[in-house]
Design a binder for this molecule. Sequence first.
Ligand SMILES: Cc1ncc(COP(=O)(O)O)c(C=O)c1O
Length: 462
Amino acid sequence: MSKKTIGEQYLDDPRIEQAQKLIQEALAEHSSHITGVKAADPELKEEYEKTLKEFSEYRGGKLFYDYVGSGIGKGALVELCDGSVKYDFITGIGVHYFGHSHPGVVAAEIKGSATNTTMSGNLQQNSDSPKLFKLILDQANKYGAGFDHMFMTSSGVMAAENALKMAFQKRSPAHRVVAFEKCFMGRTMAVSQITDKAAYRKGLPPTLEVDYIPFYDANDHEGSIKTAVSMLEKYFNRHPGDYAAMCMELIQGEGGYFVGNEEYFKAICDVCKKHEVSVIVDEVQTFMRTKEMFAFQYFKLDKHVDFVNIGKNSQVCATIYRNDHKPQPGLISQTFTSSGAAINAAYYMINEIANGGYLGDEGKIEKIHARFKSNLEKLNQKYPELIEGPYGIGAMVGMTIYKGDAAKSKDFTLKLFNNGVLSFIAGSSPTRVRFLVPAGAVELEDIDKVCEIIETTLNECK
Ligand SMILES: Cc1ncc(COP(=O)(O)O)c(C=O)c1O
């Protein structure tokens, strides 16, 4: 056995394990009272409304949902400060993949919180960081992709910024990028120019030159490929050497749960390679949600992409890249990478997904999708005028209701919230209602219950 540092001895101290057990016991006891959807407690109403009002004033605008959590939940259920209990099928837009108060996640967080610093950063990282880097890179290289490096950062959009900076530096003096119509990449000054939504860049000075190609259309496979290839060729030949990167979301999230295609993506990557344009894959929403750990693995693009950005489910955010795109000193750095609690929770969750029976054709993610899909298909057969779909893949499930009407879909999500289910809207023309299912916590029976509430709400809103 190799010599242990004082820190290792401290973290192996049985009292740390005891503390984990004690908190897990308290959690199990209290969360056992959370058994299903529950209406708000009238006695808590006044105080809750006061909190919501104050909070809205502090933050300069009303919350989308009247949601302030009490700090506990059980599986896919969460308790709010008004005493209500709801099914969380949006999970902070795809963050709480193991639901609420998961004992394994809490134990990992306790261990991370027991270390000497609150936040790790580029100048100071503990031994949990290299362990997590290895796990993520090993997973990314599962099918021989050959990624060499990873840079950890504080948000999904910063992972995108860092990938863009590395691509621009490598392709300097290139100054343009290409992206898919309806894509979402984040909201910094640079990236809000790529995200294809006018409202998100209203009033901002242009910082990047961006051209768009249409996303894959499953109803026109050959046509999609032909259009994408010919538009890219046109752009790249019109402005030779000016393009640094092609930004790809493989399954459009905010855009409305449109799923891409292997042949389509490979054709795009081939054109990019020919013209020396780097390929950036944004997996901030898709990471851990398909039957493969990464969506680029699902679409077999292991050898085709230069960067992969992850966030949300991964708890920490990161840019994964190859040695040939390694930045020169000074280009990327950041004070904060992440907290010890998040780094340890990330390790726990990613390891569970990799080794706990989630992936593959027979894995839990496919089972979740199949159950949700069959429930929504039944609703579609029963109410063809109210609901279409489902759409999406794995733990990303969407539906179109009321023919994709934006106002009615939003109203539906608010009523669904009141009835006990958290969802969210995505896309425009059509607007869709989407669910980011907490695969690490959900039981298949939860999906049935959620679909019963969806049916009740559909009928209430029509
Ligand atoms: C595909 C995609 N990329 C990037 C982002 C930005 O991530 P963040 O909000 O953590 O900056 C998001 C967030 O929704 C996303 O869905």
